[in-house]
Design a protein around this ligand. Structure first.
Ligand code: CTP
Ligand code: MG
Length: 230
């Protein structure tokens, strides 16, 4: 009898990491003893609520990704495939590899290696009747300004109703698949925005200040410090 698989994760790691400016794509720069992407794959693989994982890597890195998966013993990874030109394209290619019996899909950026079991718990627990998506959010601490092209302040934006969001972002699988079918999907910088566009209800849960996104060299150092501070 076929195994009942309900929750899958798609780890997107197919970006080039231009702003990091390393020799390798960002997901394959060293983070401790392993490539950066290994930290996210391990965290999801270790979580009892996740049944399977699809890994999306830059074209030409599939084999190395498979070695990495074997190396860390991430038995839930079903496949490592090449991504696309935009993040949304990479997500769509990954989601296409998720079995159709999956009920929920978590999409996670490899650029956030410090994803914790608690954060995954909160996203999974955040689903209630009527929610199409659950995303981790953090309050904004800085004052926020809108500026024009010349750098002149146009207005100070009310901060109270703004937040920044992280991954993993969880979605009902059928809603995510519909959202990703949009022809203009490449303009969405996260999956939630695509679900919002088709009228989906996305709710927030408490994010994790430690789960920073690595964009620059400084971020990489900071993430290493945070990891080692455990
Ligand atoms: N990503 C992807 N496919 C793309 C672009 C991005 O899978 N075509 C993934 C990245 O690997 C990353 C996440 O989406 O895990 C968030 O993207 P970002 O932090 O912007 O990473 P990069 O695009 O690699 O970095 P940069 O924009 O500096 O080139
Ligand atoms: Mg990018």
């Amino acid at each position: 009898m076929a195994e009942v698989v309900a929750v899958w994760a798609v780890v997107v790691a197919a970006g080039s990491g231009e702003r990091l400016g390393a020799e390798h794509p960002k997901a394959f720069v060293a983070f401790g003893d392993n490539p950066l992407v290994a930290a996210s794959v391990s965290a999801l693989d270790d979580h009892p609520g996740i049944d399977g994982i699809v890994l999306v890597v830059p074209a030409g890195w599939e084999e190395r990704a498979t070695f990495m998966v074997d190396d860390i013993g991430a038995g839930k990874v079903s496949i490592a495939i090449a991504g696309g030109a935009s993040r949304s394209d990479s997500v769509a290619l990954g989601v296409a590899e998720v079995p159709t019996d999956a009920v929920l899909i978590l999409v996670h950026d490899a650029a956030r290696p410090l994803v914790s079991a608690e954060l995954i718990d909160r996203v999974l627990a955040g689903f209630y009747d009527g929610a199409d998506g659950v995303i981790p959010a953090l309050p904004i601490v800085d004052t926020v300004k809108r500026v024009d092209g010349a750098g002149r302040v146009v207005e100070t934006v009310e901060r109270a109703d703004l937040c920044t969001v992280q991954t993993p972002q969880g979605f009902l699988a059928d809603v995510l698949r519909r959202a990703l079918a949009a022809p203009d999907r490449a303009t969405g910088t996260d999956c939630a925005s695509l679900v919002e566009r088709i009228g989906g209800t996305v709710v927030t849960v408490e994010g994790d200040p430690r789960a920073i996104k690595i964009t620059t060299r400084d971020d990489l150092r900071r993430a290493e410090e945070l990891r080692d501070a455990d």
